[in-house]
Design a protein around this ligand. Structure first.
Ligand code: NAD
Length: 242
């Protein structure tokens, strides 16, 4: 039996699909997730580096870590999971609410991507309103803004709030979808982990794609215990056939 067979008869009624994605969807593009064995960097706990406190304590260290991540991300390519989601736009209304900061959904061709946690490709000043895109190299670490303060990656760190306009849109999309596919996220980071609850309130079908159990697996209508690159192409094929 095919992985998504159980929802085959419901496909004709599915108009709006929301994907909630996390680090796991980019794992097969060679970008490590935070949790698990890959989550260590030079013996630092990455969960402690991705915080505003770490940045103020030691901006140079945090920038060194981000620069390594940036190098990896600039050369990474979308995998079959990202590509399948992009292709699905031909057959349904698709929105991606991603916790990822790597830009790989956009690189795969998806047009409606909300970056809940910002983007590693962009930078901003830690004090003034200056923002910039696609800066690949810096002459000094930490890089400085023209105003004299330290520049930082334009990402949302643990302990910081999400941009309210982005979050409000995400909640509306979650509230209005017919199907939510939650792929490659451990669903432990708040508030992104509340998005399935909004979808459930609209009686949306919930599907989780993750090789491992998450806190919300028991709430799902269907759980695919496989990787996103292995399973999402099959999901798109089912749409094509209907
Ligand atoms: P996480 O590291 O907490 O969890 C990753 C999840 O992905 C796990 O549940 C794991 O079982 C699953 N997974 C691993 N390989 C997979 C695969 N091939 N296919 C499907 N699932 C797979 O990540 P999170 O839930 O996104 O939350 C942590 C935070 O990490 C987020 O805020 C995010 O911004 C940040 N982050 C982003 C990136 C990125 O942009 N690529 C990378 C690392 C961390």
């Amino acid at each position: 039996m095919r992985m998504f067979e159980i929802i085959k008869d419901q496909i004709k009624d599915i108009k709006k699909i929301v994907f909630v994605t996390g680090a796991g969807i980019s794992q097969e593009s060679g970008i490590p997730t935070f949790r698990g064995k890959d989550g260590l960097w030079r013996n630092y706990d990455v969960m402690k580096l991705a915080t505003i406190d770490a940045f103020y304590d030691n901006p140079k260290l945090v920038w060194e870590w981000y620069n390594e991540r940036r190098k990896n991300i600039f050369t990474a390519q979308p995998n079959l999971g990202h590509k399948a989601i992009a292709e699905l736009e031909k057959y349904a209304n698709v929105v991606i609410l991603t916790q990822n900061i790597d830009g790989l959904h956009q690189k795969a061709g998806s047009s409606e991507v909300l970056e809940l946690h910002g983007s590693i490709i962009k930078i901003k000043c830690s004090v003034c309103d200056f923002k910039d895109e696609m800066v690949t190299e810096f002459s000094e670490i930490p890089p400085l803004c023209k105003c004299g303060n330290i520049l930082r990656p334009d990402v949302v760190w643990f302990g910081e709030s999400l941009p309210q306009d982005v979050w409000q849109k995400a909640v509306i999309f979650a509230n209005e979808c017919d199907l939510m596919i939650i792929a490659g996220t451990s669903l432990v980071v708040s508030p992104a982990n509340t998005l399935p609850i909004y979808a459930k309130q609209n009686n949306a079908i919930l599907i989780e794609v993750n090789p491992e159990d998450t806190e919300m697996s028991s709430e799902m209508d269907l759980v695919i215990r496989n990787t996103s690159a292995n399973s999402l192409p099959e999901f798109v094929t089912m749409f094509k056939e209907n």
